[in-house]
Write a protein that binds this ligand. Structure first.
Ligand SMILES: [Ca+2]
Length: 483
């Protein structure tokens, strides 16, 4: 037998032995040529904030609300100035992250309008396929209760703890959380609960973010002890508003057990409560890093910090005034629009990738990426080839500094029923409201204030043709009417 064949056989035998003694670690080298030690597949934690505006983080200019742990992550990792969500609201953004498909192609272009099917391949399934232990802790939002195939455990997560339904996730003091397919009864009391466990609690003893954090940390400890690589999708509901009670509760729907460092600020109670929620989110990140340090796992763990969409527009106070939350702390950092808009105020999010020993600290990049690119990147980080059938393109070379990276030329967005759509290509961004197009030079006018469509007919024609071509490829969401 040729020596090379011997080695191949031994490699195959070793691979078989590892498989037989499951759990299976992902391949250290994967299919890539580069097999340096730094490429050993790391643990991956994605901490996804809910409705946190890009301007509400110190690393992007916030001064009134302190976010020291997020800021430190940015300082020690790679900070993105043009990380955009793939959607301007919760469910569709998560759908794009999980499937790698932009919002014209994934199941949900609106909250709760559809659910994931067996045929959909999620990031969790892709990572589990190469040996990762997988957990979703927090908010899912991609299922219907009557369709178990859409539940997290059927979509690649070994562990699920939290809220399947995003209306349930509005409630920070729920009567129950889901633990796998079981329910965990809390000590909270929600009289006359509305749909999916929402409602206002009259007895508030168990704060959901406490329970979520405890479950996330248990998962991390267990995988560290087992020395098994893990993917933790920590989809916190912080700092989202409790929609159903925002006009009736004194806190304006920003439910928090303590006002923390903001108790004595001369702000309204809703505003102090919101700041305290951001503080709690930041504290959770700090606690995660301390845990990883204590377990000796920090250097083997990539942390991605993101928000799912831009700062929210919802009116917070309960006294009939009309403040917009996204303006309290300059949440959109000057970008136009809010959550729900395909202007950059709805899309731009704070994005950080922290990967000790691989991502050089202290860097900032203006590479344009979105949630579908993150999907592709994490698949490659885990040792697989980035799938070609998805929208996103891996930006792994941007992280490692090895190999060439060219961002996609064009990014597209669709909102529910295509009421809005947007195309970003080079310096130009077109935003449609129904059929009305506005054109912006986002290099000269990042605030998207001046519509140049009348002055630039050729650019309009080019971007319009891009959108029309994409329209032809778009698989319009099925509205749960079939496959
Ligand atoms: Ca959200």
């Amino acid at each position: 037998m040729h020596p090379r064949s011997v080695r191949s056989s031994l490699a195959a035998l070793t691979a078989f032995a590892i498989t037989a003694c499951a759990p299976t670690p992902p391949p250290a080298s994967g299919p890539r040529a580069d097999t340096s030690a730094s490429r050993v597949a790391p643990n991956v934690v994605v901490l996804l904030a809910d409705d946190l505006g890009i301007g509400e983080v110190g690393a992007w200019g916030q001064r009134e609300v302190a976010t020291p742990h997020i800021d430190r992550l940015a300082t020690e990792g790679l900070r993105f100035t043009e990380f955009r969500s793939s959607a301007a609201v919760c469910g569709p953004a998560r759908c794009s992250f999980m499937t790698g498909l932009h919002n014209g192609r994934c199941r949900l272009d609106d909250n709760d309008i559809d659910y994931l099917r067996d045929a959909d391949v999620t990031l969790a399934e892709r990572l589990r396929g190469v040996g990762y232990a997988t957990a979703l802790v927090g908010k899912w939002g991609l299922s219907w209760e009557s369709r178990p195939e859409s539940w997290p455990q059927a979509q690649g997560f070994d562990v699920f703890f939290g809220y399947r339904d995003q209306v349930h996730a509005h409630n920070f003091y729920p009567e129950y959380l889901l633990d796998g397919t079981d329910s965990l009864r809390t000590r909270n009391v929600v009289p006359a609960p509305r749909g999916m466990g929402s409602g206002s609690a009259s007895v508030r003893l168990d704060y959901a973010p406490d329970l979520l954090r405890a479950r996330a940390f248990r998962f991390v400890r267990e995988q560290a002890a087992a020395r098994r690589p893990f993917f933790l999708f920590w989809a916190t509901n912080l700092p989202h508003i409790h929609n159903e009670t925002r006009t009736t509760q004194p806190d304006g729907g920003y439910e928090t057990p303590t006002l923390g460092p903001y108790a004595d600020r001369p702000w309204s109670l809703p505003k102090r409560s919101y700041a305290a929620q951001i503080h709690r989110l930041d504290t959770d990140l700090g606690a995660l890093r301390a845990l990883l340090d204590s377990l000796g796992a920090a250097r083997q763990t990539m942390i991605v910090f993101l928000s799912d969409n831009g700062a929210t527009f919802l009116r917070g106070p309960h006294d009939g005034t009309t403040e917009i939350i996204g303006r309290w702390f300059a949440g959109t950092a000057g970008y136009r629009g809010f959550k729900g808009d395909l202007y950059d105020g709805g899309l731009r999010v704070p994005g950080i990738v922290h990967w000790p020993g691989v991502v050089a600290p202290g860097r900032t990049t203006d590479a344009r990426v979105d949630f579908t690119d993150l999907h592709a990147t994490l698949v490659e980080v885990a040792g697989s080839r980035a799938p070609t059938e998805i929208t996103g393109r891996s930006f792994l070379p941007l992280l490692t500094g090895r190999g060439s990276y060219t961002p996609r030329d064009v990014q597209v967005w669709y909102s529910p029923d295509r009421r809005q759509s947007a195309v970003l290509a080079g310096r130009w961004k077109a935003v449609w409201m129904l059929d009305t197009l506005r054109l912006f030079d986002v290099e000269q006018d990042p605030g998207e204030r001046t519509d140049l469509s009348a002055r630039e007919p050729r650019v309009v024609a080019r971007l319009d043709s891009i959108r029309r071509a994409e329209d032809q490829r778009v698989r319009h969401p099925s509205r749960a009417g079939g496959d």
